[in-house]
Design a protein around this ligand. Sequence first.
Ligand SMILES: O=P(O)(O)OC[C@H]1O[C@](O)(COP(=O)(O)O)[C@@H](O)[C@@H]1O
Ligand SMILES: [Mg+2]
Ligand SMILES: [Mg+2]
Length: 349
Amino acid sequence: MTSSTLDAFLNSHVAGGAPFAEAAASTIRQLVTAAVTLGRTINQGAFGLALSGERGDVGPGGDVPKELDVLADALFIEAMRRAPVCLYASEELEEAALLDPRAPLAIAIDPLDGSSNIDINVSIGTIFSILPAAGDPVGEPNASFFHPGDAQLAAGFFIYGPQLALVLSVGSGTHVFVFSAQLGVFVQTHENLVIPPRTQEFAINTANYRHWDEAVRLYVDDCLKGMEGPREKEFNMRWIAAVAADAYRILMRGGVYLYPGDRRRGYGEGRLRLVYEANPIAFLIEQACGAATDTINRILDLTPTALHQRVPLVFGSAREVARVGRYHTEPSNIAERAPLFSNRGLFRA
Ligand SMILES: O=P(O)(O)OC[C@H]1O[C@](O)(COP(=O)(O)O)[C@@H](O)[C@@H]1O
Ligand SMILES: [Mg+2]
Ligand SMILES: [Mg+2]
């Protein structure tokens, strides 16, 4: 282990001289201050109920925000005012907010991920993506976010779970830091994570089965058939309903996460937002030797055209993500197999 704390890690990143390294490091430090405050608020328990109440109408991200979503957004935008950040885009804001026109960075953030878990005491997160500010931040504040995910300088997420953890990449590997309340700092626990290429664990919300297209149904059916089916191995399933927490599990032990598009109204492009959920997660997963696609195309190649646009998302163990892709790109594979499995599984609609 080369560096023991997040601070030491960021110092060595700055010393490496990568473009915008200094600005990214001080921005990450400010994100940490807000996350520690938010973690403490969540842990206070007594506030729990108040923070799970809903606030107002459907937000720009497509959900009715909870009190904690709004509180988290307020904490993070305040922290970004103390960082070299020009533009702040958030799930809770319609347009990107201009903080400092002369500053070099743009940050996209999901202040509170897994909102449906707030009142059931299950892990939730904060997801962030750091980009260079570009173009005319005053005239076109959103334009800095309309670049392929490969343009990210850094990305990460905090998990507010049994531990407060930070998963981070500044473009050279994916690393984990856990907050030590005793020391008051984040201590590095994992360095250069590597996601195993194969897996026997998938994550998808099966309640949406009848709305999926044939390729997704066949992929899940084949996993569920286990040893008796074409996969010839048993599969396990997990779904935490917080993509950050599902991503943490996959970074630790492999697996594949799927939130495909489906036939429900408004879900044609799935549920996850490209700019502040799919892009940062894909950056972290790829830096850990995994893969991330929209079922077929590499997420980090996609060019966003709207701040809150959704994208189908598949990520995790590289060979499994590729297999999901083949279920979509080789329809013959589906056609020839479908008859074989006409009485497939429990779920056949
Ligand atoms: O409720 P569903 O359909 O299972 O969806 C769960 C997914 O939605 C999300 O909660 C969306 O994120 P937000 O909570 O930030 O809106 C993901 O974290 C999660 O994977
Ligand atoms: Mg989210
Ligand atoms: Mg959210």
